[in-house]
Each structure stands twice: as structure tokens, then as C-alpha cells.
Design a protein around this ligand. Structure first.
Ligand code: SF4
Ligand code: SF4
Length: 400
């Protein structure tokens, strides 16, 4: 009872805590670098799905499981956060991917399973089997692809109709200046046309910066010119995340007003199993830092790992206030202090947090001491507001 009273008192102080900056204002705006405003006159269609759309979930709870089937890819885009390419051979063991889907079915809030890479369609047979399995559990299914395989209309149609038959619900396609070095415009047109013909909603993601030629607007014009019905095509522009290979690009976006740095709206909502069997708490744009790993399929389960991540103070801190705020706080007394304004995206800040052992140690200590009460209070407030829910687990697969 005393604890409840104390918690209620803390709640009453909420506005004061906000004013003092002790609490973050609200951890639920998008930070996924989606360009929010557009001067290109682009019509924004509704995104294909909401249930499993991590960036659109206003609740910190797992809704989407991503499986990175492979980091192998026919392309080697300059901005690739996974540094994928034809010579990369890291590919998940199909039985591990299958077990991840079985285990995700026990987490009631997960609505969608997405297969991504690298290029997941390098393994079409395995992809079909996994999509069918996910569908049997009632998940929505998505592939994230570059369309490198859609070299002609017949092939594109054959592949997509076969995936649709297996249970594919939607496609997320990427195309921009960096992709165009490796993927032909014709492949993109074939993929989009074939998705529309097969009734598969398709979202097209276009990475832009101030010097890029390909834009949402130019692709829209291309599809109209090809007489494609674009009412079922959702086109979205995003900014480049300077992680992975993109770190080699000389790009300073820190003064770009569109840059979004703040609470991470992917962490704890969209966990990932990567080709090494590592479990990450988010879409895994920085897959190679051990500190962000929440589990390993070799010795833990998806359920255990995600449940444990909800108890991890650093992961919660990333969800509530974002990695840039953490780095600013934890690097203050080091030889290289970094301010939140130094980062051009949340994932870049996360890479700094997890690649600097001293900063990570400081952050862990602060989260357990000075910041402990603030994090607990934020969690309580968001729980009471219904915007933070630890995963609810079914006791058996049969219960689903
Ligand atoms: S951005 Fe996509 S298409 Fe390009 S190399 Fe990376 S995984 Fe392949
Ligand atoms: S790398 Fe960090 S900021 Fe990026 S999605 Fe994952 S948790 Fe969020």
C-alpha cells in the first residue's frame, strides 16, 4: 500500500517533472527518419498495414518480428547499414528461423513477421516455407527486398504469385540513387507492376538527401508513365541512417531540420533475429554490436530474450528518451563528450553508445543509480497510460 501511495504521489508530480526536464515529454513520436513533410507534392497513400508496423505503434510492446534471412545481396549500396553484398555469406539456418516463428507465436502482441536481408529472395524456397509457417500461425507477412530478381515481367510475376500463394501479405521495396547503381529501373517497375497485379500491397522506401536525383516524386511519375495503378503503392521518403557502410559517406545531416533524434520507436516493438541467430531488440540497423544483443537462439528463446529486454534499464532508457540523450549524459566526463545534437539519427547515436565501452559502462551505472527512479516512474506512467506493455505470453503454442 505504501508503495502504491508513493507511486501515486510521483504521478501527481508528473507535470513538475516534465517542466524540470526530469522526464522525457513523451516517448512515442516517430524517430525512424521518415521525412515528415514534403515539398514535392507527393500524395501520401495509407501505409499497407498497421498491426505490425513498428513505426506506427504508439505502444511500447512487441508487434513485429523481423528475420534477417541473409546479409548476402546482389547489390552493395553505399548506404547499406548491414554492409551487405555479393561476397557476404552470412545466412540464417532455416531451422533457427522456423523456431523463431514458433516462439514468436507465443507472444500475443506480435502480429507480423517480416523477412529481410540482404536479399531474402536469394533463398526463394526457404522463404516460401517460412512465409507459410508464419501464415499458419495467423501472422501478417512481409518481405523487404531490392527487386534485383525482377529482371523481366514473367519472372517477377512467377515469383510474386508463388509467394502470394504461400501467404505473403505485403512487400517493402527500396529504391534510390544508391540502389540504382546495381538495380535497374526496369526491375523496380516489374516488381511494382507484378505486386499490383497480384493484389499485394507494396511500400516503396526512397532514401533521399539534398543531392539525390531519385525521389518519391520521380518514381511516382515513372509508375504513372508505365500505366501502373499507384493507388495501392505507398511511397515514402526517408533520410539515410549513417550506420554500417553509410558511415563512409561524407554526410553531415546534423543541421537538417528533418533529422529525428529522440525516443526510439523501434526498440522493444520490432525485435529481430539475425543471420547469426542473435536476437536484437529493434530492427537491427546496427547488428554487429554485442551490447545491443538481447539473446542468442543457440541458448535462449525469443520469448525469454524479449521479456528480459523489458527489464533492461538501458533498453528502456532508449525507448523513453533515446540513445542520443543517453550518450550525452554518459559521455559527459569522458575525453570525448558527445552531445545529442552531434548525431544525425538515433541509430548513429546507438552505434556510439554500444561501440564506446566507457560510455556504455557509465550509462549502465547511471541507469542503476541516478536515473533509476526516473526510469521506473516513466515506466509506471506509460504503463498506466496504456502505452507500455511488457509482452503477454501464451503458455503453449496450442493456446494460440
Ligand atoms: S541496402 Fe538493401 S539492396 Fe542495398 S546492399 Fe543493403 S541489403 Fe542490399
Ligand atoms: S539501433 Fe538503437 S536507435 Fe536504432 S532502432 Fe535499434 S535501438 Fe533504436
Amino acid at each position: 500500500m505504501r508503495a502504491l501511495l508513493r507511486q501515486a504521489l510521483e504521478l501527481l508530480q508528473f507535470p513538475l517533472l516534465l517542466q524540470s526536464g526530469w522526464l522525457s515529454p513523451w516517448p512515442f513520436h516517430t524517430n525512424s527518419n521518415v521525412v515528415q513533410t514534403s515539398s514535392d507534392g507527393l500524395e501520401r497513400q495509407q501505409a499497407p498495414s498497421f498491426d505490425g508496423d513498428v513505426g506506427k505503434s504508439n505502444i511500447v510492446t512487441p508487434v513485429y518480428l523481423a528475420i534477417h534471412l541473409t546479409y548476402k545481396c546482389p547489390a552493395s549500396c553505399s548506404h547499406c547499414c548491414f554492409s551487405s553484398g555479393p561476397d557476404v555469406n552470412d545466412t540464417i539456418d532455416v531451422s533457427t528461423a522456423s523456431r523463431a516463428i514458433d516462439e514468436a507465436s507465443l507472444i500475443k502482441s506480435i502480429k507480423m513477421v517480416g523477412f529481410t536481408g540482404g536479399e531474402p529472395l536469394l533463398y526463394p524456397r526457404e522463404l516460401r516455407v517460412l512465409i507459410s509457417q508464419a501464415k499458419e500461425y495467423g501472422f501478417q507477412t512481409r518481405i523487404v527486398t531490392s527487386a534485383a530478381w525482377a529482371k523481366n515481367k514473367r519472372k517477377a510475376n512467377q515469383i510474386l504469385s508463388s509467394l502470394k500463394e504461400a501467404g505473403l501479405d505485403e512487400i517493402s521495396l527500396s529504391y534510390d540513387d544508391a540502389h540504382a547503381e546495381f538495380i535497374s529501373e526496369e526491375s523496380i517497375v516489374n516488381c511494382v507492376r507484378s505486386a499490383v497485379d497480384n493484389g499485394i500491397p507494396i511500400a516503396l522506401n526512397v532514401c533521399v538527401d539534398e543531392s539525390t536525383e531519385i525521389s518519391g516524386q520521380s518514381l511516382r511519375a515513372l509508375f504513372l508513365n508505365e500505366s501502373i495503378d499507384i493507388s495501392a503503392v505507398y511511397i515514402q521518403e526517408t533520410l539515410i541512417n549513417t550506420t554500417g557502410r553509410a558511415r563512409e559517406i561524407d554526410l553531415d545531416r546534423t543541421s537538417d531540420p528533418r533529422r529525428l533524434v529522440g525516443p526510439c520507436d523501434h526498440v522493444l516493438r520490432g525485435p529481430t533475429v539475425n543471420p547469426f541467430g542473435r536476437i536484437l531488440p529493434c530492427c537491427g540497423t546496427i547488428p554487429f554490436y554485442q551490447g545491443l544483443q538481447i539473446g542468442d537462439m543457440r541458448n535462449s528463446t525469443v520469448v525469454e530474450s524479449i521479456s528480459a529486454a523489458f527489464e533492461d534499464p538501458i533498453i528502456n532508457w532508449i525507448a523513453f528518451e533515446g540513445p542520443a540523450a543517453i550518450v550525452e549524459c554518459a559521455s559527459k566526463n569522458t575525453s570525448n563528450p558527445q552531445m545529442a545534437k552531434d548525431f544525425d539519427s538515433n541509430c548513429e547515436a546507438c552505434a556510439a553508445l554500444f561501440s564506446r565501452p566507457e560510455v556504455l559502462d557509465n550509462a549502465r551505472r547511471i541507469a542503476q543509480q541516478d536515473k533509476k527512479k526516473s526510469l521506473a516512474t516513466q515506466r509506471l506512467i506509460y504503463q498506466l497510460a496504456g502505452t507500455y506493455r511488457a509482452p503477454e505470453i501464451s503458455s503453449s503454442i496450442d493456446e494460440e
